[in-house]
Design a binder for this molecule. Sequence first.
Ligand code: G6P
Length: 614
Amino acid sequence: MCGIVGYVGPKSALDVLLGGLRRLEYRGYDSAGVSVISEGEILTRKKAGKLSVLTEELESSPLSEASIGIGHTRWATHGAPTDGNAHPHTAGDQQISLIHNGIIENFSEIKKELEAAGVEFESETDTEVAAQLLAYEYSKTNDFEKSFLSVANRLQGAFTILAINRDDPDLVLAARRNSPLVIGIGEGENFLGSDVAAFVDHTKKAISVGQDQIVKLRQSGFELMNFAGEEVQAETFEVNWDASAASKGGWDSFMAKEISEEPQAVGDTLMGRLGADGDVELTEFAGLSIADIAGINRIIITACGTAAYAGEVAKYAIEQLARIPVSVELAHELRYRDPVIDENTLVVAISQSGETMDTLMAVRYATERGAKVLSICNTQGATLARESNATIYTHAGPEVAVASTKAFSAQITAGYLLALFLAKALGKTDQVAKVGKELLTLPRKVKKTLEMIGDVKALAEELKSTESVLFLGRNVGFPIAMEGALKLKELSYIHAEGFAAGELKHGPIALVEAGQVVIVIVPSPSAEESLHAKVLANIQEINARGAEVIAIAESGDVEVANYAKRVFYTPKTLPLLSPVLSVVPLHIFSMELAKAKGLDVDQPRNLAKSVTVE
Ligand code: G6P
């Protein structure tokens, strides 16, 4: 939700900024812009559309060389995606330039005050208010730092703002409240970014800026202070992936590459946490004692989007293995319904980015009520990890495509580890070794699933004019049906709904008519108390009404082939662990269908990867 980059150093500021924006474009891509200071002047270029529109503009009308600058890629909140509303926003007759990520809640009040003082506005954005206020304060004080502090204290809502001033061509000031900001520390150069992707090809030494903190960034170093102007200590961390991990590496899309990395994402998430005997060790639990765990009487898993479906799978695993009651709540609903949360509640927050505002707010709400918070997160230095008692990092590596694929596989895997860990801690060990050992086979089986899928392009081509697709699943297949439907909506803009297969006859069957495509996740025929026969009966009910069934089924399930137009087979595993495999064909199918429609699978319309506003 808006990408931010700042730079001071000897390199071409423009090159650094555009490189950073390229890596941050997943955060928003409806307009982009840069400002640099060159020979005492602020020079700005900004354009509606993707970053490529800006780079073309810069090629035809280059900016002068500069060693300081700020850059922004936007996901519009206030004001349409136009050139004028794009960031940076300049003010005070090009005195200062400012970029922003978040929502300034008191912008209209400040705007009225400034207008009454004679300030004229050029855009419809909340951001310009911050820029104009900063220029106005500076015109009175002639002190950039003091003016910036005063603006940071005046703004309400969520904001990371970066500002430069033509009178000080060696200083970027930044403030962070409720939106992410990371410092990159280089040799004789320094960086700011919404996340480490902004500067990872220049330095791996980073600092996660805390809530309500200000950064003074210069070529020679940086200072960190709170909103009262008092110095605060910084903790550095090393980024554990390199720039090549965030490049396409020969694939035609980030999504194709990231789906191909699902086996590795699962394997890396298990690495060092599961012994050959299936015994689980989670050192990350240091922030939560055994007494804390023993005192837990319920778990609430909270997340948004794809991460919430990973949470649904974790619910089945935790209840089956550790016998603790679990509910899954969308983060934006949780805190508005007066939920029962106390010190005996463990809240498990799942987020790839660790910056989703809805999830962060739910976590803060739960913490205030005494709950312990454990997060499952893919991003080092993320706010969510900072605000949790303990964090299980998913080691999926950087995920650039906006719709999540490999991070989802890693989140489910981390959910299984958590279930095993809780079961072990509570002495409920009867299934631990069996599930743990089978979990170790999953990276190989995910790889095998990818190999077994075969050509999906012909099917995608055939179905590209389809207007609606239904997804059915049962037990752990139900959240996978929901995830399949979400991915298809996100990528191909086709109406899609996921249902519990048992619910079919209670309503959704009314939608089934000749030609309707229904994708069914079929449970294993070999499981105890198998739901296989019941789901097969559902398939026949669908067929009887002329619909076309595509099935995801376990290898060896020949019966299902009699009723389905196409079957994607997955290797045998324990039913509980099957989601890691059955989701793979769904990810590929959605991607291929979107590609057949000529759509951009990495940057679907209207979406942003990291939603840092409520
Ligand atoms: C956005 C993205 C989704 C993602 C969700 C949660 O809505 O478009 O793909 O699943 O945020 O993101 P998180 O970073 O919290 O996992």
